[in-house]
Design a protein around this ligand. Structure first.
Ligand code: IMP
Ligand code: MG
Length: 473
């Protein structure tokens, strides 16, 4: 027992020293994990934090665990030992067979046997946890549980201080408004789990875009072993992003053709070996167009002289819209129909659509900020509905659905207002570029992956007045 006390006091001394240091948070948490592992004579330790939505746990520090184990995949808050997040300190004797083990096959490969876990509690709220692993079966004793709970308490106060330090730093930044400072303050404990260094600028842009549309993402959260020789993994693949809400991995590919070929090969292998995993490869032109749309970079390197070719003529468009209106009039007989459009792209379409509708209809508009407006880091409604849609039969009218991120956001917003029904009518559907799958009930045309203008659609504010749809040069 004396020897144990000694080990504990060494760990506490180390942690106390760390808490007064200027180390970056990641190094600090790794060191705490190391001291804890040694004090308990365990094999490894991980410190995890809940994301702001409290749906996933991000590992923010670890010791003694392999890279593959740490990247075993997104850790779900409601699946992975939920008792800890309920505020309990738990001991698991057999990790492999325990129902709270989300990735038993990885625990097996890592040769992990028992676990001790404790919640990290800040102001009465569980914000994360610490987990200690052993490679031989352990029956953790009460004093060991006490020890890990104390370490968890220390982590809570260290995180709080770290948050305060970062807050004091941002106060010196004149460009940050008071409002922004406060909102980032409340999220600071979670930012360390976000990568500070992206592998490529395009990844950072992509993350910003996802943030803007409030699509939750994890950066390089999982490594997939692709091939092995004598139990040794010889090839691995780590996709750039995982979007947990829609269970989709995304790999961005840049520049060189040789790299693209290699990535295509890896993605194909991954799909074969892990059939349950869904992954999308966004190639250079895919995401260049995505960023160009939001004004991050010039489209087609300034080749913006005019339209390249017509896609749909005025007559074709009118005929198609009339048939959509006819269908809607039939489907919504005896209903309280409301058409809602998002400004400004939708003006031509909604105006034609309502004129061909032969039943009573009410219309209303919303406007939302886009990443180019510089109005903030996330999507905002800049003009709300004038009417109350509760109990009404609503059709959300869109000019074009591309990634689906705008529509996804607006549909969530509208359904919260309890309309009797909510469907979607879009003039154009760029299906091949969809990231978030949204149900489309009425579609004018499905179009290929080209940037189009006219009939309300713009490029940098221009071309909206063309009475036809054209592909931009
Ligand atoms: P999403 O959120 O990616 O689905 O983007 C939808 C919005 O992007 C549309 O409402 C348009 O404002 C804009 N957009 C997408 N593709 C095009 C295009 O080819 N031409 C013009 N605007 C587009
Ligand atoms: Mg739009």
């Amino acid at each position: 027992m004396e020897e144990t006390e000694n080990r504990y006091s060494i760990a506490f001394k180390q942690i106390a020293k760390l808490s007064n240091s200027d180390l970056p948070l990641r190094k600090l948490t790794n060191s705490i994990a190391g001291s804890t592992t040694k004090a308990l004579q365990a094999a490894g330790c991980a410190i995890l934090l809940l994301n702001p939505q409290k749906t996933y746990l991000d590992i923010i520090g670890a010791y003694g665990l392999s890279d593959i184990y740490l990247r075993k995949g997104p850790i779900k808050a409601d699946v992975s030992y939920p008792d800890i997040l309920d505020g309990k300190t738990i001991a698991v004797e057999d990790i492999i067979t325990h129902k709270g083990t989300q990735y038993p096959e990885y625990a097996q490969t890592e040769n992990l046997k028992s676990l001790l876990g404790a919640p990290v509690v800040q102001q009465g709220e569980v914000i994360g946890e610490i987990r200690v692993y052993t490679r031989t079966e352990r029956h953790f004793k009460p004093h060991e549980k006490d020890f890990i709970s104390t370490v968890a308490n220390l982590i809570a106060s260290i995180l709080e201080r770290n948050e305060l330090k970062q807050y004091l730093q941002t106060r010196h930044d004149d460009n940050v408004t008071q409002q922004k400072k406060l909102s980032s303050f409340s999220y600071l404990p979670f930012t360390p789990s976000r990568p500070i260094n992206f592998g490529h600028p395009s990844e950072e842009e992509f993350a910003r875009l996802l943030d803007f549309y409030q699509v939750e993402w994890l950066y390089e959260p999982r490594s997939f072993p692709l091939s092995s020789e004598n139990d040794k993994i010889t090839e691995m693949f780590t996709p750039d992003f995982y979007l947990p809400e829609i269970n989709l991995y995304i790999e961005l590919t840049t520049s060189k053709q040789s790299l693209i070929t290699e990535k295509n090969h890896k993605v194909r292998l991954l799909k074969e070996l892990y059939p349950d995993v869904t992954i999308r490869l966004l190639n250079k032109s895919d995401y260049l167009r995505l960023f160009a749309k939001f004004g991050f970079i010039p489209l087609g390197e300034n080749k913006m002289t005019g339209v390249q070719r017509y896609l749909f003529s005025k007559t074709q468009i009118q005929r198609r819209v009339r048939s959509l209106s006819k269908q809607i009039s039939k489907d919504y007989q005896d209903k309280d129909l409301v058409l809602i459009g998002i400004l400004k792209g939708v003006v031509c379409f909604i105006s034609d659509l309502m004129q061909y509708i032969s039943i009573p209809v009410v219309i209303d508009f919303m406007a939302i900020s886009t990443p180019t407006d510089n109005t903030g880091t996330s999507i905002k409604i800049t003009k709300d509905l004038d009417i109350d849609i509760k109990g009404k039969d609503v059709i959300m009218v869109e000019d074009i659905v591309d990634t689906g991120m705008t529509l996804n956001y607006v549909l969530n917003y509208l359904s919260a207002q309890e309309p009797a029904s909510l469907s979607v009518c879009t003039f154009l559907d760029k299906r091949v570029r969809r990231l978030i799958d949204v149900r489309l009930d009425y579609v004018g045309y499905e179009i290929p992956d080209n940037f189009v203008v006219g009939y309300g659609l713009d490029y940098q504010g221009k071309y909206r007045n063309l009475p036809f749809i054209a592909i931009l040069e």
